[in-house]
Design a protein around this ligand. Sequence first.
Ligand code: ZN
Ligand code: ZN
Length: 349
Amino acid sequence: MYTYPGNIHVHSTYSDGSGGVEEIAGDAAAAGLSYVIITDHETLDGLSEESIRHGVVVLVGAELNRLHSHYVALNLEKMIPSNTENPQQVIDRVNEAGGFGFIAHPFEKGSRYLEKGKAYPWKRWPVFRFQGLEIWNYSSHWRGRHPSLLITLYWFFLNRSGAMDGPPREAIQLWDCYNVHNGRVFGIGCSDAHAAPYNLGLFKVRVFPYRYIFSTINTYIVLEEKLSRSFGTAKKQILNALRDGSCYISFDSLHNGREFIYHASCGSSIVRMGGEADSREEEITLHVKAPTGQSQIRLIRNGMLIETCAGPELQYHVRGPGVYRAEAYFCPSRGRPRPWIYSNPIFVR
Ligand SMILES: [Zn+2]
Ligand SMILES: [Zn+2]
């Protein structure tokens, strides 16, 4: 298996981001990413710039809907019109066009210090036939984390990862809920990078520049073969992995997530994240491995914690059907374990 880090949900000058495609690709390369997906608001104008740049596969999708219920749609050749009041129609039209999509920042909360508390959550439930959820969105997380101005300033200037206390609980619960009730909904982690410029007196600063934010919440894809150097093949490999849930989320500011492993072995075959295993046919063992010994692994079945293990490896013999996913917490030398890696589930039927 081969693992590649990438950043999804990035805004460029084609909408309200401050950087062009070339700059974004350069910053993604500097951050060690293998792919980046630019999803500007209601436009696919960047499509003509899709290519491999600085060794990074640059793909273009779109973020549909404006006032609320944002939908990150991938693998589109033509724009799909937004429909904020009926986002199910947007989901269905993306599917009909051969694309797929993720509900963006579904439980976003506003900040009293930004745009008068404006937030862009998903407002029309229930919806169906979408492929995934943004479980953890870096920019959106900051927007909703403001206990007081003083604490926010402390976090922003001195302890940014201190502000990141894991994905919104509602997002995790909703994700588990869809999957336990026979859904196939995959989680991704995104930056929602804008690199927005702000004037500070004589200085102009960018809040969360691309290079910085590409080292925060990333989505790693897991492939059976190496990522191709030919653009067309690499594009298919990345999109298939995201569509099939062969991917996991890592908050890389704590520790690089590249060496994380989660799969099931059933007899002689291996089932990747997003895959299905049949418990009537073979004995199934789940394997989880975190990238460092400074970790705690948690195994979740049908949304309930079933096993916790200190240290980098966990093996679990499956005793019945269920939706199994793994989490890794990073354990600093002092202080509590920090939410770090979220795998996609393996479905045992
Ligand atoms: Zn959005
Ligand atoms: Zn966005």
